[in-house]
Design a protein around this ligand. Structure first.
Ligand code: SF4
Ligand code: SF4
Length: 422
């Protein structure tokens, strides 16, 4: 289907955007469609990617015509439940392509992480429809790069910033609950709806169901004797979950999980026996950043787990459904979100505990700790992560990269050498 008219009406730079549309299908064919023996259930995500800037934005436009509002988010600490309870729609906005970086560098210093630059580049370059249909951009005070980027963006767009605690003491959970209450008030103004306990409980059930369905897919990857899905495919499912309708996402993930569980029963694997089981940890891999997974899975390894925001961190920990008052339920939300172990917190021992626990649960042979260039918090925390893994007897390789393909061959050589050592 031709969406150029829709993109034009959204005020996009359609000609520049055509370059992105031309580059994506060959890359997707090479990286994804060339894989052998993929689960049939991945057909849904292939279809979504084939029209990634068409199908879902068109749905969002239709929903906005009915009066619903779209909230664009950049971080796992934004409570989707509050937005959904107010009949709003959540869409992830993190940019994962080098395509958007130059436009980002017109507004931000070059020495910032590519994720921030690409996200702002997609906005200022008018080359992403999701930014064009967003009614409120929701930021948060996590890393310094994002904090300052929201400040710049707020000069031109409606931005609301959630003030995150920096530590994880009991009083910080209470502080976050207060911030979520304020955020709910803002969402009430934007949507024109009022938050009620029933609507919030229903939104919690919807979001928990999505997490449960995704957990089933991840659990199928824990099988020590079989790898029923590639890391690339699991990553794609996770990346798209940030954009999709949560109910449909749960249905599709449940369907995929049924197939993967059956594959595990029958011993149907995507990889040959002896393929190294790898966990990746570190900075998020926003769509369409498939670079590292592709290198690993064409070098004798299989990614069986991602300890990152585009991975386990997004789906673990459900919100308590036995609420109480509205304030109690919002406190429960804060409790759940504070279990996310992002490197922006200090200290952050929970992340190291997670990595060591997940290495065992997913039966990994080795861990690759990946850092996006100029991400200071994950880079610094990498020193502690790698020390703890070595002490635990788990082999680890630390790498730093960005969205550019220039270092792919060099990374491949290092990763292959790492696999030989395992
Ligand atoms: S890495 Fe931290 S700041 Fe980035 S999306 Fe995840 S939780 Fe948010
Ligand atoms: S990768 Fe690091 S620097 Fe970049 S947005 Fe995430 S936390 Fe911030």
């Amino acid at each position: 289907m031709d969406y150029r008219k829709m993109w034009g009406e959204l005020g996009m730079d359609v000609e520049t955007h055509d370059n992105l549309c031309a580059a994506l299908p060959p890359a997707f064919t090479e990286i994804y469609l060339s894989q052998k023996n993929r689960p049939e259930g991945m057909g849904f995500w292939d279809m979504v990617v084939a029209d990634i800037h068409g199908i879902r934005p068109a749905e969002l436009i239709e929903e906005r015509k009915k009066g619903r509002k779209v909230f664009g988010t950049f971080c796992l600490y934004v409570p989707d439940e509050i937005i959904i309870a107010l009949n709003g729609i959540v869409t992830g906005l993190c940019g994962g392509s080098e395509f958007w970086v130059p436009d980002g560098e017109k507004h931000l210093p070059k020495g910032m992480c590519p994720l921030v630059k690409a996200s702002l580049g997609a906005y200022y370059g008018r080359t992403c429809p999701f930014f064009r249909v967003t009614d409120l951009f929701v930021g948060e005070t996590t890393c310094d790069g994002k904090k300052k980027a929201y400040e710049i963006m707020s000069q031109d767009a409606p931005v609301y910033v959630i003030d995150m605690p920096q530590m994880k003491r009991d009083e910080d959970v209470v502080k976050l609950a207060r911030e979520y209450r304020k955020f709910a008030s803002k969402c009430e103004i934007v949507t024109g709806n009022s938050l009620t306990i029933d609507k919030l409980n229903e939104a919690i059930r919807i979001t928990n169901n999505k997490r449960k369905a995704m957990q089933r897919v991840y659990n199928a990857r824990k099988n020590a004797d079989n790898i029923p899905i590639s890391g690339k495919d699991a990553l794609l499912m996770t990346q798209i979950a940030f954009f999709d309708d949560p109910v449909r996402c749960a249905q599709m993930c449940d369907k995929l999980a049924d197939e993967l569980e059956e594959r595990n029963r029958r011993g149907v694997s995507v990889f040959d026996k002896g393929t190294k089981r790898i966990m990746v940890t570190g900075t998020p891999l926003a769509i369409p950043n498939w670079k590292l997974h592709h290198i690993i899975e064409t070098s004798g390894g299989a990614v069986v787990c991602e300890e990152m925001c585009t991975g386990v961190r997004y789906i673990e920990n459900l919100v308590d459904e036995d609420g109480g008052s509205l304030d109690d339920v919002i406190l429960n939300l804060a409790r759940r979100y504070m279990k996310n172990n992002c490197s922006c917190f200090t200290p952050n021992p929970g992340r190291i505990e997670d990595i060591i626990r997940l290495a065992e649960e997913y039966h990994v042979d080795g861990v690759i700790d990946v850092n996006l260039k100029f991400c200071t918090t994950f880079d610094t925390e990498g020193i502690l992560v790698e020390k703890a893994l070595k002490e635990a007897g788990i082999k680890v390789l630390g790498i730093e990269t960005d969205y550019n393909d220039g270092d792919s061959e060099q990374l491949k050589t290092r990763i292959q050498a790492f696999f030989e050592m395992l």
